[in-house]
Every structure is written in C-alpha cells, then in structure tokens.
Design a protein around this ligand. Structure first.
Ligand code: PGA
Length: 232
C-alpha cells in the first residue's frame, strides 16, 4: 500500500520538527510512505525512506510569479511527488481543470510522480453522477498530455467525505476504483476521513493506498493505520 500524508496548512515549525522525528520512528512495514508538508517546511525535511511530496506547484517555469513555487524549485529540494486537483484547491483557489491540466503538463516535463485528486460533491453523489464526474475530471485534467502511467496516481476523494468524518462504503470505493482503472492503468488511492477506526471497513484489494489528511498529523495514528492494513 502507499500511504500519503497531507498536512494541508497545519503545524508550526517547531511542531513540524517534532513531528518529523516521530514520523521517522513509524514502522512502515511493506508500505510506501509519502509526506506532503506545508511548502515552507520542504527544505527542513531530513532525507529518509519516507518520500517527500508537495501539496502544490506553479504551472509557470520560473520568473515573475509572486508567491508561486516552481516544479524545478521543488525538484531542487528532493521533492518527488506533487498533489494536484485537491478539492480544497479546486474550490478555495478556483483551480479549474484547465489549470490542473497545465500543472500536470509541467510536472510531466520535470518527471514528477503526480497524485491527481478527483471526487464528487454530495449533490453529484445523490444524483448518481459520481462516475460521470470522475471520468469528466480525468478526461479534462489529462487532455492532450502524454502520460507515463507509472508516474500518475489517482486519489479518489469524495468532496463530502473530506474532513467530515463520513466515508463511502467499501463497495462504493471499489466501484469508483474499478471505473478509474478501466479508464486508465493507474494506482488508485482513497482519501477522505480515513482513520484508524474506519480503515478496517474500507480496506480493499481494489485500492492501492490511502491519502490521509487529519489522521496524518499524528504519527501514532499513521502507525495504527499501517498496522491495520498490514493485518489484512
Ligand atoms: P481528511 O483529508 O483525511 O482530513 O478528510 C483528506 C484529504 O483532504 O486529503
């Protein structure tokens, strides 16, 4: 399994440094771990067998783009993975599929592992539009790009499940994972309110890992989640 840890805009510098020491003690067993700290801490990350990811990237190469962080800058810090299309960026930063497409294009040119997030709203779910929404996002986000599928991971993150404590059923997750995998040959993660209590219920051989938000902030919780997956 691949377990990804998305810190979002959490942790102060001292908290991050303490977290990092605790995370290194986590026994990841046969799993891969990738941590996505706030970008201001990327350069503080101590190299280990836990890989480093960025929560965002600029679609510009470099130059006069105040506040942006370029793909080349991320590479120079040892970042290998980048999240794109997270629903918080789609809604709060108004990132459109066109913007996401441009970011993915830039990441391909710099040979990153790309984690593309897709997912339906509660209204789309209630109107049975989940599959349609996921396929539309995939089509538009990847339009016209030459993809090396070894470098693309899709994270299924229902918007209504993120930070809400609600999770889809295992069957619902499996259906979406099958839809994605029959469209493109990629690994599929599930994300949205995963914790050590519900992971047992949603664990499935159809998915390749989890993207953790809140649960990622406690290394002891990450360890528990790994232990549950390992026991399966
Ligand atoms: P959550 O966040 O686990 O806190 O719901 C997941 C995510 O947004 O990646």
């Amino acid at each position: 399994m691949i377990i990804m840890l998305n810190h979002k805009s959490n942790l102060t510098k001292d908290e991050f440094l303490k977290y990092q020491q605790e995370l290194m003690k986590v026994d990841k067993k046969n799993n891969s771990l990738v941590v996505f700290p706030s970008s201001i801490y990327l350069s503080l990350y101590e190299k280990s067998d836990i890989e480093l990811g960025s929560q965002n990237v600029s679609y510009f190469d470099s130059g006069s783009h105040t506040g942006e962080v370029s793909a080349k800058q991320l590479k120079s810090l040892g970042v290998n993975y980048v999240l794109v299309g997270h629903s918080e960026r789609r809604s709060e930063q108004r990132e459109t599929d066109v913007i996401i497409n441009k970011k993915i294009e830039k990441l391909i040119s710099e040979n990153f592992k790309i984690v593309l997030c897709v997912g339906e709203s509660i209204d789309e779910k209630n109107n049975n539009q989940t599959e349609q929404k996921i396929l539309t996002e995939l089509k538009e986000d990847l339009e016209g790009l030459e993809i090396n599928y070894d470098n693309l991971i899709v994270a299924y993150e229902p918007i209504w499940a993120i930070g809400s404590g609600q999770v889809p059923t295992k069957h619902e997750i499996e259906e979406v994972a099958k839809t994605i995998k029959s469209y493109i040959p990629v690994k599929v993660l599930y994300g949205g309110s995963v914790d050590s209590h519900n992971v047992e219920d949603i664990y499935s051989p159809f998915i390749d890992g989890f993207l953790l938000g809140k649960a990622s902030l406690k290394p002891s919780e990450v360890q528990k989640i790994i232990d549950v997956c390992e026991g399966k």
